[in-house]
Design a protein around this ligand. Structure first.
Ligand code: ATR
Length: 279
């Protein structure tokens, strides 16, 4: 048995996070002693709480809503994705005591889509709904993974325009207005990166966005994904997936970063899926 390592997930609220279950299952694969806690920190307590955690010998933290942007300020250095997105979803204490901030949200999405669901992203024309933190991570990662064209639609158009301008590849990534959705054609891959489902709000989307071979994917999971998944099925999408696999893959990337061990995600995903059926 290894000595006890301490990790955790910081958010607000955090009570329903599945990360402790995920990391306990990974640690069990390697016989590693791991104390992984949910840590609820209100925004004004984030900096002090994170500092106290690492001062007490913590190894790493996952960072979730609403702290991803603010936590980037707490790192001594940022990885390339964290820099690009100005947001971190994990902090790691290095051996010299400094803190590294990284963001694997986009990489986790791409791994889930391409490895678990065998979606070949190269050459796809993709529609991304939402241009907040999750939407930005998704668009950059899909572009990197070889998507041919990405159309970004955001309820407030300024968000989509800012993202498209920041990317600066008008031949591959462009924005359209939400009210134009009925006229923008059909897509083989549609990603819901809005927080509408998490907020319990209904997304009004036309069926004709969906091709008969389309894959629809919601970055959230469980009840939060149900509205979009129901729409995808009703619209005739070939596949509709929620983001549970992305959560597990992101967790595995964090675990590998902290402990240098690559977990087998499949049994962990299967066990979580059994307890959290897809809508
Ligand atoms: P996250 O980190 O989950 O992306 P965020 O940065 O707050 O959270 O972004 C939320 C995204 O969901 C935004 O794109 C938001 O659209 P606006 O920028 O127009 O606010 C989108 N969103 C939230 N509720 C929505 C709704 N009911 N309909 C459409 N889009 C919605």
């Amino acid at each position: 048995m290894s000595t006890l390592a301490r990790c955790g997930v910081v958010g607000h609220p955090i009570a329903h996070s599945l990360s402790p279950e995920i990391h306990a299952a990974f640690a069990a694969q390697f016989g590693r002693a791991l104390d992984y806690q949910r840590i609820d920190l209100a925004p004004e307590r984030l900096a002090a709480g994170v500092q106290a955690f690492f001062a007490a010998g913590g190894t790493g933290l996952n960072i979730t809503l609403p702290h991803k942007h603010a936590a980037a300020r707490l790192a001594d250095r940022l990885g390339p994705w964290a820099q690009r997105l100005d947001a971190v979803n994990m902090l790691t204490r290095e051996t010299d005591g400094s803190l590294s901030g990284e963001n694997v949200d986009g990489a986790a999405l791409v791994r889930d889509l391409s490895e678990r669901y065998r979606v070949d992203l190269r050459g796809h024309d993709v529609l991304v709904l939402g241009a907040g933190g999750a939407g930005r991570a998704a668009v950059w990662a899909l572009l990197d993974a070889g998507a041919r064209q990405i159309t970004v639609v955001n309820r407030h158009p300024a968000g989509a325009d800012a993202l498209v301008d920041a990317i600066g590849m008008p031949d591959r990534v462009h924005s359209r207005y939400w009210q134009d959705l009925p006229e923008i054609g059909a897509f083989d891959l549609i990603i819901n990166a809005t927080s509408a489902g998490v907020l319990g709000e209904h997304l009004q989307l036309p069926f004709k966005l969906v091709t008969p071979r389309a894959t629809c994917y919601d970055l959230s999971y469980g009840r939060a994904a149900a509205d979009f998944m129901g729409w995808a099925h009703a619209a005739g999408a070939r596949y509709a997936f929620d983001g549970l696999g992305m959560l597990v893959e992101g967790g595995a990337m964090a675990y590998a970063r902290w402990f240098g061990e690559t977990p087998d995600t499949e049994p962990v995903f299967a066990a979580l899926r059994a307890g959290h059926p897809q809508a």
